[in-house]
Write a protein that binds this ligand. Sequence first.
Ligand code: AMP
Ligand code: FE
Ligand code: FE
Ligand code: ZN
Length: 277
Amino acid sequence: MVDLHSHTDASDGSDAPFELIDNALRAGVTALSITDHDTFAGYGAAKPYSSSKGLDLLCGIELSTKYMGQTIHLLGYFPGAAPAEAFGTWLLVLQEKRRDRNRRLVENLRKLGVEITLEEVEALGKTMAGRPHFATILVRKKYVKTMQEAFNKYLAEEGRAFTEREEVPLDEGIQRMREAGGIPVIAHPVRLGRRTAAEEAEWIAAAKDMGMLGLEVRHSDHDAAAVARYTALANRLGLLTTGGSDYHGTYKPDIKLGTGKHGNVNVPMEWLDRLRG
Ligand code: AMP
Ligand code: FE
Ligand code: FE
Ligand code: ZN
């Protein structure tokens, strides 16, 4: 079984890198990609362990980018050599921007009477500490009842503590990924939220013109109709097809490694072979 989309606790998954490898093997996954948000730390930590266990681990990442005011998730796969060093340095700059935003968010919350520190947030989220970790703390300390309430009241764009995080433009993300030897792929296109299939196809064609090389056809959020639509579109545009569960461990308990939600993910080995060229 192949799964090309998963997260460790180096970003917003619950499994430590070695736990993810163990869980993947237990689930019957033989080839896995770790695609943490904006970091290779989880992949790096898991690689020696996965080799010793005989699991085929592909280097991946999921970048958060911005295009016309919308957040677009960009998957990147590095089947050949390790990502070029400049790319890793650039990721560190992104992490520093996230950290600055988190500092401002802490300040804003404290001004609103919320007792919270950067240390607490980073203890939960490490280098990828973000708003979901803030929300978890707000719930724990009973300032709100649910994560969603934490977003609505404080953390969402309309929330009282919100402060902007500088995000990477989509075309820059694609370009840097390709320069580093990566294959950029549109993650979970169903979340683009285009109103019609025609608008969606137009958007994906535009992304291809920016240098996009693949489309995530199979994903836990994709029903059979979506899979059929994206398969046809990828074939028409000459994009590589990929797929994965987008496993986040206990944070999204209905998503299983290798098989997604209620078995809706099933990634052919040929797709991985083609990705590797
Ligand atoms: P960050 O990268 O720290 O800005 O956090 C972004 C994450 O926060 C997203 O991946 C979502 O999981 C979550 N998020 C953002 N906006 C909302 C919202 N309005 N309601 C619930 N969760 C949200
Ligand atoms: Fe995630
Ligand atoms: Fe994503
Ligand atoms: Zn993901």
